[in-house]
Design a protein around this ligand. Structure first.
Ligand SMILES: Nc1ncnc2c1ncn2[C@@H]1O[C@H](COP(=O)(O)OP(=O)(O)OP(=O)(O)O)[C@@H](O)[C@H]1O
Ligand SMILES: [Mg+2]
Length: 501
């Protein structure tokens, strides 16, 4: 993984990163809140020794004091002094507990000792520090006085007495939050990388190409408008998603140029991957280029086309196959010029059998004779065999993979089920590609260029003219490449979109 990949992971997993960092910072705040505040009171002791008046005596005395200071610091933290202090103040604690909260440190090359006492009560901290120091002064006097009662060799005075501390020294809230933030970010990055490592959904163009062993012929962005209205009004729409479908149409026209596919099945591995929405818009994009197109609802279990296009759903594919109506009666014109729809008809009890029947094959070949393109929306491949059955009798299949949702093994399984019936795979389509973040980079880069290009003002009729030009595929492809970064399926494997994954 290079730096770019690393940044991409962070950008796409920013929620994980932020939530983890926030959780750890919150943890640090909670720890600070539940920690009992501790106050620190300090005294400073001065150690002096009895010495003569000569320079060498003074030097000797000073050395003697410095050596004493080390031992005194140990005694200050000792058990007997702690017990004396507890007895004197009548404290409810053991000497070990007090010892744990007393620190005495000798300043190097000086005769000073700093005594720090921690306690949950600021007043008690002060009292302990002062009493401990006073007790120590008395103890040194005892220890250092010779048996004959002569002047003590060393003396300790409390140079600075303790006062009541105003602020607790524990918890250190700001420090805890800072540490929490750093640890949280580190944990967040780790978690983001781990999630990326464990993520087995399809997110990369290369992965999609590898699993399907075919080219990616389209990348359809996520467009919330499609949830309200599946069909794009191409005559007035130059949005990113409309351009993506136009580009898909261009690529379709490049596929198998000697024997262009005309009966095209749209399927995917699992439900809700955008099959019906994509089928509708492929059909509309082909109709925009003035092809005669029929869209067939081959999903006889959960048909949606009639709902998405406001048509009658009770008369359609199944009703024609049962002989109750003729094909002419079942075909419905739509409000979109050039697009005719054969809805599902009544839901039959045996969809797979019906779709595999000779009558169904005849029906599709009848439609092929009447229209330039027959686009068949179908069921998910992993749920039922319907899609594979229809696919086997088609010119080619477009397999959808929903960005970040479709799992690699699901897609691989779906491709295997198409292979097992000998259905020709035309290409793969990425659906619902996020329009923000790293995933959308190439797409929106080009889209931006398109919106800002003078050529975006090119009229619809001019675009249609190009689409219908005597060398239609090249004309459209060139337009697509210059405006929207179109990519032909032939060259798709070699020319990658910059940062498209
Ligand atoms: N490009 C898109 N942007 C945003 N939403 C989309 C897009 N494509 C499809 N959707 C939404 O995703 C949902 C599923 O879409 P759709 O019905 O087309 O999927 P499907 O694969 O046909 O589902 P099923 O397997 O149930 O037939 C719908 O709510 C639809 O509006
Ligand atoms: Mg559907």
């Amino acid at each position: 993984m290079n730096l770019q990949d690393f940044l991409k992971v962070l950008r796409s997993r920013w929620v994980t990163l932020c939530v983890t960092a926030l959780a750890v910072v919150l943890g640090a705040v909670v720890v600070s809140l539940v920690t009992t505040p501790m106050y620190q009171a300090s005294t400073r002791l001065f150690v002096s020794t009895t010495s003569g008046s000569s320079v060498s005596d003074i030097y000797q005395g000073s050395r003697f004091s410095q050596e004493r200071v080390i031992s005194y610091a140990e005694l200050l933290m000792g058990q007997s002094l702690a017990q004396h202090t507890i007895d004197k103040l009548g404290l409810d604690m053991t000497s070990a507990q007090l010892q744990a909260n007393v620190t005495a440190s000798a300043k190097p090359d000086t005769v000073l000792i700093d005594v720090d006492v921690l306690d949950s009560s600021p007043v008690r901290a002060r009292d302990i520090a002062n009493t401990l120091s006073d007790e120590f002064v008395a103890k040194v006097r005892d220890l250092e006085t010779p048996e004959n009662g002569a002047t003590p060799d060393a003396r300790v005075v409390v140079e600075q007495r303790a006062s009541i501390p105003s602020h607790p020294v524990v918890p250190k809230t700001t420090r805890n939050i800072a540490i929490g933030l750093v640890l949280g970010l580190v944990a967040g990055v780790g978690l983001a990388l781990l999630r990326d490592l464990l993520d087995n959904t399809v997110k990369r163009r290369e992965t999609l190409e590898e699993i399907t062993a075919s080219a990616v012929v389209g990348t359809i962005p996520l467009d919330k408008e499609r949830r309200k209205q599946a069909a794009i009004a191409y005559e007035s729409d130059n949005s990113g998603i409309a351009e993506a479908f136009r580009k898909l149409r261009t690529n379709l026209q490049f596929l198998a140029v000697d024997n262009p596919p005309r009966v095209i099945v749209v399927t995917s591995s699992v439900p809700s991957e955008g099959k019906s929405t994509t089928a509708i818009n492929i059909a509309l994009a082909l109709a925009e280029a003035e092809h005669r197109v029929v869209l067939v609802d081959g999903d006889l279990r959960r048909p949606m086309l009639h709902k998405y296009l406001d048509l009658i759903g009770s008369v359609g594919f199944s009703t024609v196959l049962s002989g109750r109506v003729t094909l002419d009666e079942a075909l419905q014109k739509t409000r979109f010029p050039g697009l005719t729809v054969l809805t599902s008809g009544a839901i039959p009890p045996n969809p797979s059998e019906l779709l595999g029947s000779q009558s169904a094959r005849n029906l599709l070949s009848d439609l092929r004779g009447r229209f330039d393109y027959v686009v068949v929306d179908s069921t998910p491949l992993l749920a039922v065999t319907d899609a594979a059955i229809v696919a086997a009798g088609s010119d080619g299949v477009l397999i959808m993979a929903r960005y970040g949702q479709t799992k690699r093994d699901q897609l691989a399984h779906a491709v295997r089920s198409l292979e097992s019936v000998g259905a020709p795979l035309l290409g793969a389509v990425f659906t619902m590609m996020p329009t923000r973040g790293s995933a959308s980079y190439s797409y929106y880069g080009y889209s931006y260029k398109y919106e800002n290009d003078d050529s975006s003002t090119r009229s619809r009729s001019a675009r249609q003219l190009l689409a219908r030009s005597s060398v239609p595929n090249i004309g459209v492809a060139e337009m697509g490449q210059s405006e929207t970064g179109d990519e032909s399926p032939q060259t798709g494997r070699r020319r990658r979109h910059i940062g498209s994954d």
